[in-house]
Design a protein around this ligand. Sequence first.
Ligand SMILES: [Fe+2]
Length: 229
Amino acid sequence: MQACSGAFSEAVDPDLNLGPGELSRGVRLDDLQCARASEFYRNLQPLMRFKGLRQSSRAGERIIAMQISNFKDMYLAELQELVSTEAQLAESLLQMAEVASHPALKEALVRHREQTEVQKERLVSLLQKHGADPTAHTDQAMQALIGETGKMVTMLKGNDLRDAGLIASAQRLEHYEIAAYGTAAALAGQLNLRDDQQTLHTSLEEEKQTDVLLTQLAKREINPHAVAA
Ligand SMILES: [Fe+2]
């Protein structure tokens, strides 16, 4: 149980003073789960980052609120949030693929990670075209969703159940992206930025296709195995 005694317990919640191997009071992990969970948190540390950035971003939020005074800047801020979303997701998908057991799920996560990198570059290109800084914003909603994903991974026992939970989490992340791309594309349309709108629709369709693929995987293979396990 040594693997869960240090950074992992602190990452879950440093104020809880959890014992070695404890996810929360009375919930213990076996050695393999500890190793997986520790690896996940060591690489991602989503909750720790979320806590740190949540505090440090407060001043930034005030500055952003003062700066946005027109529709075009609001649109660009949405794109800046989306770049952050894609960057965080690319990192998270890699970790999720490593934790996944089912080969088809692993492959789907790896393939979407590659797609995510392309989507991020599309957004960077759009922002650079408009003279906006692609690194200006951090999407805190995505940080929180990734934190929830990490927490879920550590709670689920057994490969089949963990795979089912990974799909549920991945689809939650995809649905967030679908909403964000839909909004950004609508804003681009309102500004008559047709090339931008087309580019955003391309990524939006990719997100929808990934969501459909994950649904098929869940219904046909992953969830039936998890139920039977
Ligand atoms: Fe994406």
